[in-house]
Design a protein around this ligand. Structure first.
Ligand SMILES: [Zn+2]
Length: 408
């Protein structure tokens, strides 16, 4: 009797400690069946079955015990595992130079609902954060879903551990604005459940792409992106964001790529930030940026609709060369095994992949660095998905603890 109780207890303990790893495997699409889950966790079939059943009881995943067998397949197919499409969500928010966007993001990085807002971002961070939190609260109310927490992406380095926006160069915010505290207060005041987190937008994009997109399986993933203004970078090492000693690593926007170039907000000259962003592209193409839509959208429209225009072609080559120069410098320092490009940089890669790869290869001469794969990001709202990852992390670490159900 006593022996049996001990066995049951230890199986439960083992099961509980496997809940987080199991959820992460389903969340990132690496365990599509119970058989794969069993193998990945290195547990018995019975333990894997109990773990999957517990995650299903928590409303996080679905276990399909009768998946349609593929024609001609042998034997009984393993139970299929998917995230529960009706399960809880994280509230994700993003601030950028042209406004904000709120979204609800489920497990698997799935955007369930989203609402954009186009505003002139005021010098008072609380003003735009209040708007994006109100927008997110509205989405939550309409959905009727349980919320696991909230995450915010900002176009600035976020200093650790203070949670301050250190260099919001393209917003009118004061340097050092306490964005994490402001966001957390607004989320709590709106009655939204769960903890609140804040991170840099490109860091969060890289995290989401590593878990759900173009970065899956990379060990040393370098991400470089230009969203609305400026250029950001991020590095994911063995699945974890490398943020440096105080959150400020990978400020790639201030690499010099054109010593004779235009002055930068940082006080330097010819930085990637001002030489390879949408404004630089529109200017190089001789276009006057208009106020109707974001600079990113104007640049995309120009690339799509006027790719054969000599001015647009020349501007594309100029930006590809500058971006390539910056990437080569980073490759020589970081030796990544994959590079992913976001925002306008993804479009520049698509417009002239050979030229970009050639510039990077020419300038990175050692070993295999010159041959590092360069891919475009694949998630539509990767900064928002990454902000949601922050809010999902406590659930991924300890599903039972985070969702507040006592252990059996
Ligand atoms: Zn600069």
């Amino acid at each position: 009797m006593n022996g049996k109780a001990t066995t049951t207890r230890s199986r439960l303990d083992r099961g509980r400690s496997a809940l987080g790893p199991a959820l992460e495997l389903v969340h990132t699409g690496r365990a599509p069946t119970r058989a794969v889950l069993t193998a990945e966790l290195g547990v018995t079939r019975a333990t894997a079955g109990a773990v999957a059943a517990e995650l299903e009881a928590l409303g996080l995943i679905r276990v399909d015990s009768r998946p349609g067998a593929a024609a001609g397949s042998q034997g009984r197919p393993s139970h299929r595992l998917t995230v529960d499409e009706k399960g809880p969500v994280a509230l994700a928010a993003q601030i950028h130079a042209d406004g904000y966007r709120a979204a609800l993001v489920g497990l698997g990085g799935r955007v369930v609902a989203t609402a954009p807002g186009c505003v002139t971002v005021s010098a008072d961070p609380a003003q735009v954060l209040r708007a994006v939190v109100a927008s997110g609260a509205g989405l939550l109310r309409d959905s009727g879903r349980r919320c696991v927490g909230a995450g915010l992406a900002v176009p600035s380095a976020v200093a650790e551990p203070e949670g301050t926006a250190l260099n919001p160069l393209h917003l009118a915010w004061p340097a050092g604005a306490p964005v994490r505290d402001i966001f957390a207060d607004l989320v709590r005041d709106a009655g939204i459940e769960g903890p609140a987190f804040t991170g840099n937008d490109v860091n969060l994009a890289a995290l989401a792409e590593h878990r759900h997109g173009a970065g899956r399986g990379a060990q040393h993933l370098l991400c470089v992106a230009t969203g609305h203004r400026g250029v950001g970078g991020a590095l994911v090492l063995d699945g974890r964001l490398h943020t440096g000693s105080s959150g400020l690593a990978l400020e790639v926007g201030h690499l010099t790529v054109n010593p004779e170039g235009r002055p930068c907000y940082c006080g330097g000259r010819g930085c990637l930030d001002v030489e390879a962003d949408p404004l630089a592209f529109l200017t190089a193409a001789g276009r006057e940026p208009g106020p109707e839509v974001s600079l990113l959208q104007q640049s995309r429209d120009l690339l799509r609709d006027h790719a054969d225009d000599p001015g647009v072609r020349a501007a594309t080559q100029e930006l590809v060369d500058r971006l390539g120069l910056g990437l080569a410098g980073l490759v020589n320092i970081l030796n990544p095994d994959r590079i992913i490009l976001g925002g306008l940089h993804r479009e520049l890669l698509a417009a002239d992949p050979e030229r970009l790869r050639a510039v990077v290869a020419d300038r990175s001469l050692w070993g295999r660095s010159g041959g590092v794969p360069i891919l475009g990001c694949t998630l539509e709202h990767n900064s928002l998905a990454g902000a949601a990852e922050l809010a999902w992390q406590p659930v991924l670490d300890d599903p039972l603890g985070a969702l507040g159900r006592p252990a059996a």
